[in-house]
Design a protein around this ligand. Structure first.
Ligand code: NAD
Length: 352
């Protein structure tokens, strides 16, 4: 076996249907007394019900989380937490809400309890993002890693099927790139393959029956593992491209990941054969790139960038931006093959 470095990330995970009932105990275990509850406007009712269930431990609800964490929202949330005398923050929702919690923690070191309701995986990473004047900056800081994560699959049955699918493929993308990461290691690769397998099993069943709790459990377990991979090893071309496309053209996060992933896997196919074998095995398929495409197409997810708002002019801008700062990828990132990749993703062609 080749030498490797493994960095474990310190977080406590409570997993299982009904585990939300343990929230009060978990707040106490952190030594906290007053929690603010964060959510998006769409999940305000859920956040308010949660705050009501906490009684005197609730310090208020801040339901203004939006995509990409604008710095103004982060400041307002931090001020709200300070004025409410909060000593802990609960983030109930997807990556946008967890991201807001992280932005508060970055400034205040307030402990975060994350209660994820999508498969984005942000709760398992020390990565934060903040958008100022239209530019999104990301960074790593252990202060933003949620101290406790409560995974309750019952909270995910309301996630609409279309978003469940794209959010699940977003998670698979973390694991897929983790398998061929420059700093990949055997422990994280185990989590990556198991995470893809769990999502590959769960997602088709969720699409047929969104309320299927066992299938939802599989997906959330897979999302946890894939999120851990994202937090533990470096990402490559896929995440770089999605960051560029999402940030510059304001494309929807999970859909963009879903469309781009098969094409990046095809791009990296010959350069990372072992990773491709493991992805394909996890999805019970012969080819990783085609399996990722089929999973999306067969269940009605968008497969073409032109269908989610990108124009052919944008494609040229994206190409230039993606080539601007060099970064590691198993296959060198070069203009001509990258253009072919983007064109295939634009048109929604199944990888050969
Ligand atoms: P999101 O958090 O924006 O959620 C999308 C919508 O779905 C929101 O309106 C939300 O309220 C709603 N929703 C969430 N769960 C629901 C449920 N169970 N039932 C009904 N509605 C529900 O989307 P996302 O894809 O989870 O997160 C995307 C954001 O997270 C992006 O900004 C991305 O950059 C970030 N992200 C960060 C990391 C990281 O490590 N820092 C990792 C992954 C994603």
């Amino acid at each position: 076996m080749e030498p490797f470095i493994y960095n474990g990330l310190p977080s406590r995970v409570i997993f299982g249907a009904g585990s939300l009932e343990q929230l009060d105990r978990e707040i106490g275990l952190l030594g906290a007394k007053r929690a603010i509850v964060l959510s998006t406007p769409q999940q305000r009712a859920q956040a308010e019900a949660l705050a009501a269930s906490l009684g005197s431990r609730a310090a208020g609800v801040y339901a203004e989380a939006v995509m990409h964490v604008p710095v103004e929202t982060a400041r307002a949330a931090r001020d709200f937490a300070t004025q409410a005398g909060a000593d802990c923050a609960i983030a109930i929702g997807g990556g946008s809400t967890t991201g807001l919690g992280k932005a508060i923690a970055l400034e205040t070191s307030l402990p975060i309890i994350a209660i994820p309701t999508t498969y984005a995986g942000s709760e398992m990473t020390p990565i934060y993002g903040l958008t100022e004047a239209g530019v999104k900056k990301t960074g790593r800081d252990l202060r933003v890693l949620p101290k406790t994560v409560i995974y309750d699959p019952a909270l995910t049955t309301s996630l609409p099927p279309a978003l469940s699918l794209t959010s699940g493929v977003n998670a698979i993308a973390h694991a897929a790139e983790g398998l061929y990461a420059q700093d990949a290691n055997p422990i994280v690769s185990l989590m990556a393959e198991e995470g893809i397998h769990a999502l590959g099993q769960g997602l088709p069943r969720v699409m047929q029956q969104p309320g299927h709790l066992a299938a939802r459990s599989d997906c959330l377990y897979g999302a946890w593992l894939c999120g851990t991979v994202l937090g533990s090893v470096g990402m490559a071309l896929h995440h770089k491209l999605c960051h560029t496309l999402g940030g510059t053209f304001n494309l929807p996060h999970a859909e963009t990941h879903t469309i781009v992933l098969p094409h990046v896997l095809a791009y990296n196919r010959a350069a990372a054969p072992e990773a491709m074998k493991r992805i394909a095995r996890a999805l019970h398929a012969d080819d990783a790139a085609q399996a990722a495409f089929d999973l999306a197409r067969d269940h009605g997810a968008p497969t073409a960038l032109k269908d989610i708002g990108l124009t052919s002019t944008d494609l040229n801008v994206a190409l230039d931006l993606a080539l601007r700062n060099p970064y590691w990828n198993p296959r060198p990132v070069e203009r001509i093959p990258l253009r072919a990749l983007l064109e295939a993703a634009f048109e929604g062609r199944r990888p050969d």
